[in-house]
Design a protein around this ligand. Structure first.
Ligand code: ASP
Length: 302
């Protein structure tokens, strides 16, 4: 694959730390984005089409496959879109929506840029967006694994004592950890042949999380950013990504003329190496991914 200025390019990811065997899902997402671009010539439509494929693939922590909150029954999701045609929309802590990325896209047409919780859910109902599907066995299985990890002495969220989740518990049901001893946002960045850039991202949030937790995915400049020089999406532990305003920080280095791969690596290096982190990006002439761990990706560059 060559990197050509202003040719179509798309990069997708299925979450930092996720197995590379999931790359087929990311490649299918990239193909769907490419097909959508051929129909619409719109980089944002292509990015959304790619993320929709990943939200429908229950192996990924987004949409249909979202992780359960610590109560074992609630799903809260975040999503975002941004492009160089001034479209910007995000949703946070949304329940009972099958495809959060469509809701984030819809927010971009409202007078606002970020809606959360019940209000965002009401917008979804008003627009007739499909409700979430019933919780699947695969989601329950992931949750059980998480509870086991939480009961163990290895911190499930780097830098945070597992007992903090019990201490600040904000669910009605008690936390029941087994006596013995995730995160995988999805995202897509697109360069259109007209030189426009777009990014779309969606997540069930990192696990474990207290009710109401919002990570980096719907925060502009942290989990996502698009500007005249390119589009960037981040994945990893939101609490760490937000502190570095990671996507905008990397974009700043592109503004200074740094080559993409170097800027991505520098961004990854800002975060403790024990905290799984990944970035994908497209610029006028490049398309790349970078991570401090394994990260399934898909890529098409024309
Ligand atoms: N960054 C996401 C969050 O913290 C999770 C992920 O990327 O896997 O919500």
């Amino acid at each position: 694959m060559t990197n050509k200025e202003h040719g179509f390019a798309i990069v997708t990811h299925g979450g930092a730390g996720e197995p590379l065997e999931l790359s087929d899902g990311c490649e299918q997402a990239a193909e769907a984005g490419h097909a959508k671009f051929k129909q619409t010539a719109d980089a944002l439509e292509a990015a959304i089409a790619a993320v929709l494929v990943l939200e429908e693939d229950e192996r990924f922590n987004a949409g249909t496959g979202s992780v359960l909150c610590l109560d074992g029954e609630t799903v809260e999701m975040d999503a975002s879109i941004m492009d160089t045609r001034a479209r910007l929309g995000a949703i946070a802590c949304v329940r009972d929506v099958r495809n959060p990325i469509l809701l984030a896209r819809a927010v971009a047409d409202t007078p606002h840029v970020l809606l959360c919780g019940e209000g965002a859910g009401r917008l979804a109902r008003a627009l007739g967006l499909e409700r979430a599907q019933p919780i699947r066995d695969s989601q329950v299985d992931k949750h059980q694994t998480l509870l086991k990890e939480l009961a163990a002495s290895v911190p499930v969220m780097p830098g945070i004592d597992n007992r903090m989740f019990e201490r600040f518990w904000n669910y009605q049901t008690p936390l029941q950890l087994p006596t013995s001893a995730a995160h995988d946002t999805v995202g897509a960045v697109v360069r259109g042949v007209d030189g426009h850039f777009a990014v779309a991202a969606s997540t069930g949030g990192s696990a474990p999380s207290l009710l109401g937790r919002v990570g980096d995915t719907p925060i502009m400049g942290s989990g996502f950013y698009a500007g005249p020089l390119g589009a960037i999406a981040a994945t990893g532990v939101g609490e760490h990504i937000v502190r570095q305003m990671l996507a905008r920080t990397v974009y700043g280095w592109l503004e200074q003329g740094m080559p993409l791969q170097q800027a991505l690596q520098r961004g990854i290096d800002l975060i403790d190496k024990d905290v799984v982190t990944g970035l994908i990006a497209v610029t006028k002439s490049e398309a790349a991914a970078c991570s401090n761990t394994h990260m399934p990706t898909g890529k098409i560059v024309e």
